[in-house]
Each structure stands twice: as C-alpha cells, then as structure tokens.
Design a protein around this ligand. Structure first.
Ligand code: 13P
Ligand code: SF4
Length: 312
C-alpha cells in the first residue's frame, strides 16, 4: 500500500505565498520532479509539455517557474509579454548543457538538409537552430510528422533510440546527450526488483537507457506514467523515473503499491527549489528569465511547430 502523508507547510508560509500571488497577479507552475511541498502550493503541476501549454494559456502576468532553467526559458519564448521568474536560478539541467549552439551549427553543416528535432531539455539558442522541438510526451508523433527520412535528434540519445524503435521508417541520427539521473539506473537492481515482484507492472521514462527500457511494460512521459498507473486496474508498480512522481502517485492511488530501485533516482536540480525561493522570487520579482528576440523568434517557431502536432 502507498502511504500518503501530505507535506507539512507552515501556515504563515502558505498565507505569505497566497498574498504575494494575489498582489503580483502570479501563477506558480511546478514540474512533477520538484519537492512535494512545491506541488502543494503550485497552481499547476505537470510534465514539460503540460507546463509549456499552461504557461501559454494562463492569463496571469507573472509566472513563477518551479523547475529547471530550460523550462522557464520555454515559458519566456512562448509568453514574451509575461514576466517569467525561475524560482531558483541555480536549477539547471545537465542534459540541456550537453548541446551547445556552436556545436549544433557545425553538425548541421555536415548534414545539409537534414531536419533537427530538439528535445525541449535544451538551451533556447539550440531550439533557435532546430526545425522542431519535442517533449517525451509527443516525441513519436513529432518524429512521424516530419517529411524527411533522416532526422537529427538532440540532445538525448536515449529518447532518440526509443523514438527510432517506434518509428522505424525514419533514420534517426543521434546526439551524445543523456539525463544523468535516468542514465545511472542500475540494470541488476531493476532485474532483481522485477524477480522479487513478478506481479508488478514496470513503468519507465524514455530518458532511461535502452537496456532498462527493454525491461519495461509501459514507457511514457511523466504525466503519461502517472495517468497509466492511476487508471490501471493493477495494484503494484515498479517506477523507473525521477522520484518526484511518487507524491502525485501516492496521493491519487492510496490503495496501490509503488516500488523504486534502491539507488534513488533524484534530480538534484529539481530538488533545489524551495518554498523560500518562491517567496523571494515574488517579493523581489527576480530572477527574470528572458530570451533575446533574435533567438526567441526562431526558437518560438520550433516550439510552435511542436505544439501544433497532436499529442499521441
Ligand atoms: P517530461 O517532463 O517530458 O516527462 O521529462 C522529464 C524530465 O526529465 C524533465 O526534465
Ligand atoms: Fe535534466 Fe534529467 Fe533533471 Fe530532467 S531529470 S532536469 S533531464 S537532469
């Protein structure tokens, strides 16, 4: 059984956040990988695609982004008229740092005419050089939507290998990036967990390595995994993704069991965001994430092309 215990939030902290939100006409957006207390004060909790969509449609003038840098950048690309605050400026994404615009520009010269499909976990300047973006929730539909047989996918090689398997008619060229949190999942540990729990459904995020994904019954984005476990009649699940998902899973499914590998899968950057960061951001209206227009306009084209592709 999944014990759900709500995170404790000091009443004064909660009322201070509520008051500042009102004063600033703000909305708080959080990725699922942030801490449970951040989910509890956020107005919307989602995966990368859901957060981009919410940033674009929410009428609030100020967005406090609880997540990592590229997520706030994507919100700023989509909503230049809003003030986008990144709750913790030190929250970066090591995978996004594995692709630099200069290196992509060089690679594009080597493969003229090949479209570039870039995971949103990337810098704005890389999106600006890309034909289209994707998230883990729409990667297959986006790859299928492209006319060209050859496609360069950046920066996540694991996501690219996963998508290539599902779209064999394409020839996917890889970029050597990966998510350190998902990448370090230990094969022997997962095999043992499966042996010990033959009745459990194994659900995994496509940022995991191919040898791990081979063991999964269900592969999906963060919101897809939560939806699957919540709607499934099955009672036991092995969760192969960042452990932030355990909070919504246990909250929604108190009668189900969620097992995780012994070596914890925690994204240290997502965990940097604190309640105090949210208060500070709303009080000081910093740090603002803005993308220069010469990068924002071409990056917006790549993000909008992605948003126009229907979700699987
Ligand atoms: P999604 O939010 O697309 O599931 O991706 C997970 C992730 O690693 C975000 O940084
Ligand atoms: Fe980046 Fe991985 Fe953390 Fe997501 S989980 S923010 S891809 S390091």
């Amino acid at each position: 059984m999944a014990f759900y215990s709500p995170p404790f939030i000091e009443p004064e902290v909660r009322s201070q956040i509520d008051r500042l939100v009102q004063e600033r006409n703000a909305v708080i957006l959080s990725h699922y990988y942030c801490r449970p207390e951040i989910h509890e004060v956020a107005h919307f909790v989602g995966d990368s695609l859901g957060l981009s969509q919410e940033a674009a449609r929410n009428p609030a003038k100020v967005i406090v982004f609880c997540g990592v840098h590229f997520m706030a950048e994507t919100a700023s690309i989509l909503c230049p008229d809003k003030t986008v605050l990144l709750a913790n400026i030190d929250a970066g994404c090591p995978m996004a740092d594995m692709v630099a615009s200069e290196d992509l520009a060089q690679r594009k010269k080597e493969i003229p005419g090949v479209p570039v499909l870039t995971y949103v976990n990337s810098p704005a300047a890389v999106k600006a050089l890309s034909d289209i973006c994707c998230t883990s929730a729409n990667v297959v539909a986006v790859l299928r939507s492209l006319a060209s047989k050859q496609v360069l996918m950046t920066p996540d090689k694991n996501l690219a290998i996963y998508a290539q398997k599902l779209v064999p008619e394409k020839e996917v060229l890889l970029w050597p990036g990966f998510c350190p949190t998902h990448h370090r999942l230990n094969l022997k540990e997962v095999e043992q967990l499966k042996r010990d729990n033959p009745d459990a459904v194994v659900v995994a995020h496509p940022e995991c390595q191919p040898k791990i994904l081979k063991l999964a019954d269900v592969i999906s984005s963060t919101s897809g995994l939560i939806k699957h476990c919540s709607e499934s009649p099955k009672k036991k699940f092995i969760i192969l993704t960042e452990q932030g998902v355990l909070h919504p899973l246990k909250k929604k499914n108190p009668n189900k069991t969620f097992l995780t590998p012994a070596s914890e899968m925690i994204c240290p950057n997502m965990k940097k965001v604190s309640l105090q960061n949210i208060i500070d951001a709303l009080q000081t209206m910093t740090p603002v994430i803005e993308v220069a227009e010469e990068i924002r306009i071409p990056a917006l084209k790549a993000v909008e092309r992605m948003m126009a592709v229907p979700r699987d």
